[in-house]
Design a protein around this ligand. Structure first.
Ligand code: ATP
Ligand code: AMO
Length: 432
């Protein structure tokens, strides 16, 4: 039993030919003298039309025995049909029941009955049968494809670093502790330390696409406890250089998604206009003024509150870099500004009010790095294997990390980050 076509490939040109399709029973309408069954696969849907005068009694019986969402193979003859969805229908000759679905279903993938996000995530496999849900993941996949292509074209080497780690990177409070034999260990928050160590290896340009784990108690529409980050690090580059790389990559992703995912964008009723280039830059100082001018109180030296992010987003282009952050609120690995060390070479990439990426020129001098770790009250001894890489030839370097799930929110227009992850992990969800 072999599939000959996806539903979408059955077109009026195949009129009179036999095809064999495989998929899920989307809908059954039994009008007595004629039975209509709609079969769905990844690519779309097709109507099976069985008039009692034209089709064997046995086939009619099989069709009547079908249950919604069961998996079947149907062989039949293609016939033109003006009224049917793609202008064709299939007159069935053979029906194979491959897997009978139980009833009632835990949720309705045809969306005649709408379900809340929790019900949907509990039965994610059924939820993903909906075109407007699978479209998100087709776009996400296209995004990763472009990202990889982009890095390979620009001379980057793809790496994989450990997710079982011994120390924090982004500040001590957001770690998931785990049992690692007799040692203390954590789930990795970021490949930060490893991608920097790789700069001492001479590999020059590396990238990684991998899971990050953050024990944030946040219950927001843009935080997960397990996210995917796209990380890069490059030697002999500074913040300006890597902002350019980030800008170019995001631009290429949007061009490719528009070109290859027009069907998916249409299903999602989302438009993703090609952004103006280069992305605007606003300094942290300017941002503080903008935010305060809009009536949202913000002191110099604070991280942007949610209200501040919203106020700033209203004044800026869609994509913009927020630069020259105060050193004090950035991690120890960020390079301070030589002339004005209270400011740093750290930046964020924003989309409206959503932070998409953080990056920076890094400290590459051992002594400065030790000092910055101490200043933040961290234990220098915990960073021994990282610091070692700075003692025997570490080039100047810079890099960034982009939240892949947040980028997918932007590309698809969904407002809840959980929509962009197959099996999201949040404060309340550990299954499926
Ligand atoms: P980083 O840790 O580098 O800032 P992030 O992606 O976690 O990365 P955002 O998600 O942009 O940062 O969060 C920035 C701001 O969001 C915080 O300064 C805080 O004001 C706000 N925020 C965080 N958690 C919540 C929450 N539970 N409710 C409302 N606002 C929150
Ligand atoms: P940062 O902590 O800003 O930087 O993380 C980088 C990007 O990852 C995404 N992100 C998240 N997405 C969903 N849920 C979360 N809980 C979450 N936390 C982070 C965001 C964020 O901008 N080491 C640095 C990067 C670097 O400097 O190279 C870092 O981890 O989109």
């Amino acid at each position: 039993l072999r599939r000959t076509h996806y539903t979408k490939e059955v077109t009026p040109e195949l009129k009179g030919e036999d095809v064999l399709i495989m998929g899920w029973v989307h809908e059954i309408r039994d009008l007595g003298g004629i039975i209509f069954v709609v079969i769905r696969d990844r690519e779309g849907r097709i109507q099976i039309t069985a008039p009692s005068k034209k089709v064997d009694a046995e086939i009619l019986e099989d069709l009547r025995a079908l249950r919604k969402e069961s998996v079947v193979a149907i062989k039949g003859t293609v016939q033109e049909a003006g009224k049917a969805p793609n202008g064709v229908e299939i007159i069935p000759a053979e029906i194979y029941m491959l897997n009978l679905a139980n009833q009632p279903l835990p949720m309705d993938p045809t969306e005649k009955v709408k379900a809340e996000i929790d019900t949907r995530l509990d039965s994610r496999f059924l939820d993903l049968r909906k075109a407007n849900v699978s479209a998100i993941f087709k776009i996400k996949s296209r995004m990763f494809h472009t990202v990889r292509d982009f890095f390979y074209k620009n001379g980057f080497v793809e790496i994989n670093t450990p997710k079982l780690v011994a120390s924090a990177t982004e500040g001590g409070t957001e770690l998931f502790p785990i049992t690692y034999f007799e040692k203390e260990a954590f789930l990795g928050q970021s490949p930060q330390l490893y991608k920097q160590i790789m700069m001492a290896s001479g590999m020059d340009r590396v990238f990684e696409i991998g899971q990050i784990f953050r024990a944030e108690e946040h219950d927001t529409l843009r935080h997960l406890n397990e996210a995917v980050s796209i990380d890069m690090e490059a030697s002999f580059m500074d913040d300006e250089d890597v902002m350019k790389i980030l800008n170019d990559m995001i631009y290429q992703v949007i061009v490719d998604v528009n070109e290859d995912c027009s069907d998916e964008l249409a299903i999602l009723e989302h438009e993703m206009p090609i952004p103006e280039e280069p992305f605007a830059k606003v300094t942290y100082d300017e941002a503080v003024d903008i935010v305060n001018a809009k009536g949202v109180e913000m002191m110099w030296g604070e991280d942007l509150s949610r209200a501040a992010e919203k106020a700033l987003g209203e004044e800026m282009d869609d994509f913009y870099f927020l630069t020259e952050w105060p050193s004090e609120i950035k991690p120890f690995y960020v390079m301070p500004n030589a002339d004005d060390p209270v400011k740093s070479h750290a930046f964020d990439l924003m989309y409206k009010n959503l932070e998409l990426s953080s990056g920076a020129t890094r400290v590459h001098q051992y002594d400065v790095l030790v000092k910055q770790i101490e200043e933040r009250g961290l234990n220098v001894n915990a960073f021994g294997s990282y610091l070692k890489a700075f003692e025997y030839g570490m080039p100047p370097h810079a890099g960034w990390g982009v939240g892949a799930d947040r980028l997918t929110m932007v590309l698809t227009g969904v407002e809840n980050i959980r929509e962009t992850v197959l099996f999201p992990r949040d404060r309340h969800r550990l299954t499926p």
